[in-house]
Design a protein around this ligand. Sequence first.
Ligand SMILES: Nc1ncnc2c1ncn2[C@@H]1O[C@H](COP(=O)(O)OP(=O)(O)OP(=O)(O)O)[C@@H](O)[C@H]1O
Length: 437
Amino acid sequence: MTDEEVALALQRQFDRESDVARAVVSSSTVQFTPDRYHPKTQQETDSEDEDDDALRQAATDMLYAKLDAENASDERRRPAGESSSSTRSKHDIATSAHRNADKTFNDRNSLPTGDMVGDKINNKVYNKLMAFGKSETKRQMRQKDKEEKATMDTSVDSDTRLMLLKWINQEVFDSVDGIIATGKESAVLHAAKNQETSYAIKVYKTTLSEFKNRSEYVKDDFRFKNPRGVLKIWAEREFMNLSRMAKNGLPCPQPVKVRRNVLVMSFVGADGLAAPRLKNVEWEFFTDEERRAVYDQVQSIMCRMYKDCLLVHADLSEFNLLLTPDNKVHVIDVSQAMDLSHPRCLQFLTRDIHNIIAFFTRIGTPNMPTAVQLFNLITQLEMADDQDLLVQVEQFSEENRSVDLRHDKSRPADMELKKYNEEKKVNRGVSPAREYN
Ligand SMILES: Nc1ncnc2c1ncn2[C@@H]1O[C@H](COP(=O)(O)OP(=O)(O)OP(=O)(O)O)[C@@H](O)[C@H]1O
C-alpha cells in the first residue's frame, strides 16, 4: 500500500466517523420507558440483555439507513463538478463546528454550559470560550486562595470560635469585639467584661512554618525538654513566661487563661484603644527628659527580667514595648523569652541590647550607655568596654560552658511546671461541663 493509499483510507475512515457522529446528533431522541426501571430478577436479566442487543442492532441499522439517505441527498445538493469522493479534512467548517460544540458541552470546558447537543460553534467563538474558561478558572482559584488566607490571617478558625464561645458561657468575658492587631505569628483580639475590664486574646497561627523554625528558642531551654504538650504550644510558653514576670511585678499583661493556641491576658491600653508600640509613638512631642525616662523604664525591665525572673526576652525591640497614655512602658510578646539555662541566652541578650540602644539613640535620647555598659549592668559580668560585645560574649560562653548562670536550676523549674499543672487542674474543676459528666 502506498502512502497515498494509506492517507486516503484514513481520510475515508475519518469522514465516515464524522458522518456517523452527525447522524447520531440529528437523530438522537431520549426515550424514557418506566418498565425498564422496575427491579429486575436474575431470570429477567438474560432476556433483557438479548432485548438490548436487538435494540442496539435496530438502532444501528436505522442510523446507517438514515446516513445513506442523507448522503444521497447531499449528493443531489452538491454543486456540479464536486464529487462525493472529494476529501473532507478535519478543517472542514461544518465538521470542526460540530467538534467544537461537542468539546465545549462535554469535556474540555470548565464553564457551566448545560448539556446541549447538536449545536455548532465556530472556531473563533470556541477559542474565545476556551480562553475565558481558563481565565475564569484561574480567577476562581485566586478567590478561593484569598478566602482561605483571610481565615488564616485572623486565625479565628471554627475551633477557636467555639472555644471563645465557651469562655463567654463561663463568663471569662462577655464579648469579643474586634481585632487589635494581626502579626506574622498571631492575631490579637479585644474582649470585654461588663464594659469595664478589657482583655487581649492572642490566637497563635499554629499552621505557619514560621513557628517550626523557632525551635532554636526552646530546644535548649530545660523547662521545655520533656513535657511534650508544652513544648509544642507557644501560647502555653507565653503564659508561663508572663506568669513568672507578673509574679515578680514586671509591667506586662497579666495572664488570664490559656488553652491550646489561644492565650487570654489583660489588655494594655485605655478606653478600648491598645497602647501604641514604641515604634509608633510620636517622639517629636517628647522632651529629652521624657525620652530618657522611657528608656530608664526599658532598662529596668531588662534588668528585672534577668535578675528577678531569670529570663531573657530574646525578641526585644521597639515593636514589643507598649507605651500607655501615662507614659508607662509594658513589655509584651514573651513566647520566645528564654530561661537563663539556655546556653545561648547571652547572645540573645546582646541582640536585645543592640536593638534597644539603636532605637533610643535614633530618637535622640540623651546620655545613652554603651552596649557593654548595659550588658554589664544587667548581667553583673565584666566585659571590656573597648572591645566588641558579641565577640566577648561568644568567648565567654566558650570558656564557661560549665558555668550555670542560674544556680537554682532544677527546683524552680519543677515547681513552675507543677504549679502550672495544678492551676490547669483548678481551671478544669470549675468547668460547668464537669457537672454533667
Ligand atoms: N495585652 C495586649 N494589650 C494590648 N495590645 C496588645 C496586647 N498584646 C498584643 N497587643 C497588640 O498586638 C500586637 C501583636 O502582638 P504580639 O507582638 O504579641 O504578636 P506577634 O504575633 O508576636 O506580632 P509580631 O509578629 O508583629 O511581633 C502588638 O504589637 C500590640 O499592638
